[in-house]
Design a protein around this ligand. Structure first.
Ligand SMILES: C[S@@+](CC[C@H](N)C(=O)[O-])C[C@H]1O[C@@H](n2cnc3c(N)ncnc32)[C@H](O)[C@@H]1O
Length: 375
């Protein structure tokens, strides 16, 4: 199979975690960069990346790089590419453009000229042209212009990889599935000890933990952009996917506990577990996290995303909650391992721990701190 250049994107701060995932899966020629990880490999590696990587957001295949000083350079660079392996003449596509420190400094204009270049490329050859669709396009094209160099790429993933396909319940502030996976990997959970999320909401961390421990690929619940491409070979892909599916240890016994103050979130977490094929694996309860019975000598992991403030005046309550969580864990959870994601640094400090490691991450547009430590 032919080799191509790929760039796997991830959320800011997650690059080293993604890089480690890719090393373990033996991706060829990996390089950790800002915003993601580069590798050089075959489309089979792209299949693997989409199916198996837990912290990746998109897997982009690079098609061309060239200098762009003006709109004509961009247009002719786009027209030169053979788009036919990725898009049919009657297909739909969408262009996502970004630009920094360049003469072409308007991303919408870049997207428009790229669309023109792709459409004219087809019109000349086939006398028909693909149309633009924002939703459910057959092909997503990424144009990245940085310091007057343009990189054109096609998105092998389609929908962002955080959309695993198992979620039926959102809840109030669900954390993204890819962030949950990053938190779990950073927590260094041994994938067999009990794991507790006392603020579990819709159960994202618990579902991702079960998939991780049972070695179930997160991409098995959905399809990907490359499956729409004319060059795609469905039969080899189906057998490749089956091999990945067979790696799952579906009966591995796990002890996963979740709690939330609100019954509707617990019901939602149950629905999410069901839809991910995890049945009644979780031991869920409605109640206050501060009453959770942490058993002595369990050596469990507490991995959780503590509440964020949404309304003015909530800060004091939140600070108190963090203080109370910190003192409860210190009193009752000796020997436990903690990975706690908090909305703000001062809340992290309010917990009153010493010797913790801090990782700065992002939950959507919010910057947050992940504290990891062994009690
Ligand atoms: C940031 S959300 C967690 C989101 C969750 N990780 C998810 O993916 O859906 C925090 C959750 O804590 C719950 N909560 C707030 N105070 C609580 C308390 N004292 N005890 C238990 N749960 C609480 C809220 O109902 C909310 O669902």
């Amino acid at each position: 199979m032919e080799r191509h250049e790929f760039f796997v994107t991830c959320a800011p701060g997650v690059e080293p975690v993604l890089f480690q995932e890719m090393k373990v899966l033996k991706f060829p020629k990996v390089e950790c960069q800002v915003g993601g990880v580069y590798f050089k490999g075959t489309m089979e590696h792209a299949w693997l990346a989409n199916l198996q990587l837990r912290t990746a957001i998109r897997v982009l295949r690079r098609l061309a790089r060239f200098e762009v000083m003006d709109a004509d350079d961009l247009y002719s660079g786009v027209r030169k590419v053979d788009w036919s392996p990725f898009l049919a003449g009657d297909g739909t596509f969408f262009v996502d453009a970004q630009t920094r420190e360049s003469a072409l400094d308007h991303s919408q204009f870049i997207a428009q000229r790229t669309k023109d270049g792709i459409a004219d490329n087809f019109r000349k050859r086939e006398r028909r042209r693909p149309s633009v669709a924002k939703e459910r396009a057959d092909l997503r094209v990424h144009v990245h212009v940085w310091r007057d160099r343009c990189t054109l790429a096609v998105d092998t993933s389609g929908d962002s990889l955080h959309k695993r396909g198992w979620r039926t319940y959102q809840g109030l502030a669900p954390m993204s599935e890819t962030l949950a996976a990053a938190v779990l990997l950073l927590s260094q959970w041994d994938r067999k000890s009990p794991l507790i999320d006392p603020f579990c909401g819709s159960g994202t961390l618990l579902v991702e933990a079960a998939l991780l421990a049972r070695n179930i690929a997160p991409g098995l619940f959905r399809s990907f952009g490359f499956q729409n491409w004319p060059e795609h070979r469905p039969y080899p892909y189906a057998s490749f996917r089956k091999k990945i599916q067979d790696l799952g240890d579906l009966n591995k016994k796990l002890f996963l506990f979740g709690r939330d103050l609100e019954k509707k979130h617990i019901t939602g977490a149950e629905a999410n577990a069901e839809s991910a094929g995890l049945g009644d694996l979780f031991q869920l309860s409605v109640g206050d996290a501060l009453d959770f019975p942490f058993k002595k000598g369990w050596g469990a992991w507490v991995v959780s995303n503590l509440p964020y403030g949404h309304r003015v005046g909530e800060d004091k309550d939140l600070e108190k909650l963090h203080r109370d969580v910190g003192s409860k864990l210190r009193q009752e959870a000796a020997g436990y391992h903690l990975a706690l994601l908090t909305g703000e640094r001062r809340f992290a400090h309010a917990m009153g721990f010493h010797d913790w490691q801090e990782h700065t991450l992002r939950n959507g547009s919010l910057q947050c701190s992940l504290l990891t430590l062994d009690l």
